[in-house]
Ligand binder design. Structure first.
Ligand code: V47
Ligand code: SF4
Length: 357
């Protein structure tokens, strides 16, 4: 099959198989991917690009794992390590009061000494001081560790977290699902099957989630396609994934630094192909903190319909790996970026309900 025939099938909303996806990914001109992905984006979200008002809480960067791509983790006591007490976390939440955030995104290292009860209390105390904020918390890797360590089934652990106030799960920890790559870059963290099972269980309990893919390191196009297909299969079963976020490997200050970073053209092809393969995931997010603002604006021409949020200079994962050191976007900047791309900025909550002002 030729690129033109596959493009016609995509335009007719037909689903790509792995071989077709590979041909398109490797051979389609960039303008064609931009056009097909933009058409697919517009079918879902018309002229809208979504953003939210959010900030991150990163309780600790002490982690019992040592993923090779991670610039963020530290050993206990090492220079640059932090571990906030619950009181300090509540102080951070209270200090953000009045910034208009509808979501707090909580993610951090897998701390060896902290247990499920600690995280349950963290969520409950945040909800006590900010009852209307949506707690989008913990990657599947953190959740898998805290729940299995407590000796609970995934279902029981997630039920307790939901009861404490956790409403949604961020997309991190997925990396690349293929075992041969996981073994090289993150051998200790939960497996692909465990990551997928955790999200599936959450969806069954009415907890929605995002999904990510860390690309641009030692994986190939086949691994990326396999990853996206596994997410598409999960979404066919549950419908619980709100947004997919391709995460570009940022190379500074980690043990995979010598690999360098992939090109912006590769970033745009990856975004477009994510939109085209994931025909059942409504939103594709261009995470501006990772790309930088200019590339995020360009990403809106390649199928993205979400740029995450205001962030309020509250995350260190990407600045420690080489990105902008004080990540913050104003609503005015977001509106300008969307308008320059020919779209309209629309504020949403975590579950993509539009917020009317
Ligand atoms: O799981 C770590 C990735 C993830 C690096 O759900 C790196 O809305 C690139 O998942 N280069 C955490 N990536 C961040 C994440 C996320 C971000 C924004 C929005 C959402 C969402 C989720 O960051 C980790 C890992 O895959 N990561 N180090 C690095 N050097
Ligand atoms: Fe720990 Fe997450 Fe970094 Fe892996 S990516 S070392 S799990 S903080």
């Amino acid at each position: 099959m030729r690129v033109e025939e596959i493009a016609e099938r995509v335009a007719r909303h037909e689903r790509l198989d792995a071989a077709e996806a590979k041909l398109l990914w490797e051979e389609a001109p960039l303008w064609l991917l931009a056009r097909l992905a933009s058409e697919a984006k517009q079918r879902v979200s018309g002229d809208k690009v979504f953003y939210n008002r959010n900030y991150h809480v990163e309780p600790t960067n002490i982690c019992r794992f040592a993923c090779r791509f991670c610039s963020y983790r530290r050993h206990k006591g090492e220079e640059g390590a932090w571990e906030y007490s619950l009181a300090e976390i509540i102080e951070q939440v209270e200090a953000r009061r009045g910034c208009g955030a509808t979501e707090v995104h909580i993610v951090g290292g897998v701390h060896p000494d902290r247990d499920l009860d600690y995280y349950l209390e963290m969520i409950a105390r945040i909800k006590a001081v900010e009852p209307t904020i949506c707690v989008k918390a913990f990657t599947a890797v953190e959740l898998h560790y805290m729940i299995t360590r407590a000796g609970l089934s995934l279902s029981e652990g997630l039920k307790r977290l939901k009861a404490a106030g956790m409403e949604s799960i961020p997309g991190g920890g997925a990396e690349i699902f293929a075992e041969e790559i996981r073994r090289e870059i993150c051998p200790e963290k939960c497996s692909a099957e465990e990551w997928l099972a955790l999200h599936e269980e959450a969806h069954k309990l009415g907890i929605d989630s995002n999904a990510t893919m860390l690309y641009g390191h030692i994986e190939g196009i086949d691994h990326r396609i396999d990853h996206l297909m596994r997410l598409r299969d999960l979404q066919d079963r549950t419908g619980g994934i709100n947004a997919f976020i391709p995460l570009k490997f940022r190379s500074a200050n980690n043990s995979m630094e010598a690999i360098g970073e992939t090109s912006v053209v590769d970033d745009m092809r990856t975004l477009a192909m994510s939109r085209l393969i994931l025909d059942n995931v409504p939103h594709i997010k261009a995470y501006w903190v990772m790309y930088g603002k200019e590339v995020a604006e360009m990403a809106l021409q390649f199928g993205a319909d979400d740029i995450d949020g205001t962030i309020e200079d509250s995350t260190k994962i990407y600045s420690m790996a080489g990105a902008d050191s004080r990540p913050r976007l104003t609503i005015g900047e977001i509106e300008k970026m969307c308008a320059a791309a020919g779209y309209r900025a629309v504020e949403r909550d975590t579950h993509y309900n539009e917020i009317k002002h």
